[in-house]
Ligand binder design. Structure first.
Ligand SMILES: Nc1nc2c(ncn2[C@@H]2O[C@H](COP(=O)(O)OP(=O)(O)O)[C@@H](O)[C@H]2O)c(=O)[nH]1
Ligand SMILES: [Mg+2]
Length: 290
């Protein structure tokens, strides 16, 4: 259960699942998020804290991996019930309405599925189908989905759109009246993405037209709402011409493998924006920058 938040404006708990292909950046996203806000007074993100053991482990992991510039290990395929379930709470100042100076606490639980789940979804047949069905069942518990896509993996657009069919069909049968689906492009500090990062829907539609079409159809059919976001777990290095704070290790059809370049100047962006929207149904523009 989330901690006591008496006297503050609190919405009911967000039950979140993160979807995405292997190497989309899911674990890095969560680790960077758990590492929390900074002291910049303009930053609406005041605090990110863990409220369960899995969440605390994630924070430690983030400190080792992101601050020391190490590589993350891939998430292992295990039985759905033994996946870590991270309990985090984000404290945000202000709100989508500029007159609103309240503090919002966003408690949420989140599971980070291994990429094999998503591969099963793409293949729609596999020896490991048992995992797929368990995972789909588990997703029915969620009222918010965050779908992370490596912005550089646009060659997989058609594949992803097909995988979404199966997923959305299953999720649309969940018990919730309000379903929110956030699509976030990751690694948007990369030059091909950075210029358009302030127009997330345009960027997503250009690079992943089939995925976006599928999501729009789903939303127009009344199953739930969709929003688009851009983010980076590493961010950019400031300067006259800001550059990606990332060192490339390899790039192929699957996307980009990299590590953070200057951990000291680490400034992720856009990580909280989709979660705020999934929680409140409102966009809070200032969060796109932090
Ligand atoms: N340039 C860049 N690389 C990232 C970012 N987020 C993750 N990565 C890299 O993408 C690769 C896959 O990340 P990971 O979190 O393990 O993906 P997962 O399989 O979806 O959990 C790793 O090499 C990460 O360092 C980002 O924001 N920018
Ligand atoms: Mg992972």
């Amino acid at each position: 259960m989330p901690p006591e938040t008496e006297g503050l404006s609190v919405n009911s708990s967000l039950i979140l699942r993160i979807l995405g292909d292997r190497s989309a950046g899911k674990t890095t996203y969560l680790a960077a998020l758990a590492r929390g806000g900074n002291n910049n007074s303009d930053n609406p993100i005041q605090l990110v804290e863990a409220f369960n053991d899995d969440g605390k482990k994630l924070v430690d992991y983030a400190q080792n991996v992101l601050e020391q510039g190490l590589m993350l290990q891939t998430t292992k395929l295990v039985d759905q019930s033994s996946l870590p379930d991270y309990g985090l709470q984000i404290t945000v100042k202000g709100g989508s309405d500029w007159r609103n100076q309240t503090i919002s606490k966003i408690p949420f639980n989140c599971k980070d599925y291994p990429g094999e789940f998503f591969s099963d979804l793409l293949r729609q047949s596999s020896n490991e189908m048992k995992f797929l069905n368990d995972y789909l069942e588990d997703c029915l518990e969620a009222n918010g989905i965050l779908f992370l896509i490596d912005g550089l993996a646009h060659q997989k657009d058609a594949n992803y759109a097909q995988g979404l069919n199966l997923f959305l069909d299953a999720w649309s049968r969940s018990k919730y009246k309000e379903r929110r689906f956030a699509l976030a492009l990751t690694k948007c500090e990369q030059p091909e993405l950075a210029n358009n990062r302030e127009q997330p829907k345009t960027l997503a539609t250009q690079r992943f037209p089939n995925v976006c079409k599928r999501l729009e159809t789903w939303s127009k059919s009344g199953y739930g709402s969709v929003e688009y976001f851009t983010c980076s777990a590493f961010g950019m290095l400031d300067g006259y011409h800001p550059v990606a704070n990332a060192k490339k290790i390899k790039r192929d059809r699957e996307g980009l493998t990299s590590v953070i370049k200057e951990p000291k100047y680490w400034q992720p962006f856009g990580l909280v924006a989709p979660i705020y929207w999934l929680h409140t149904g409102k966009r809070y523009a200032a969060l796109d920058k932090y």
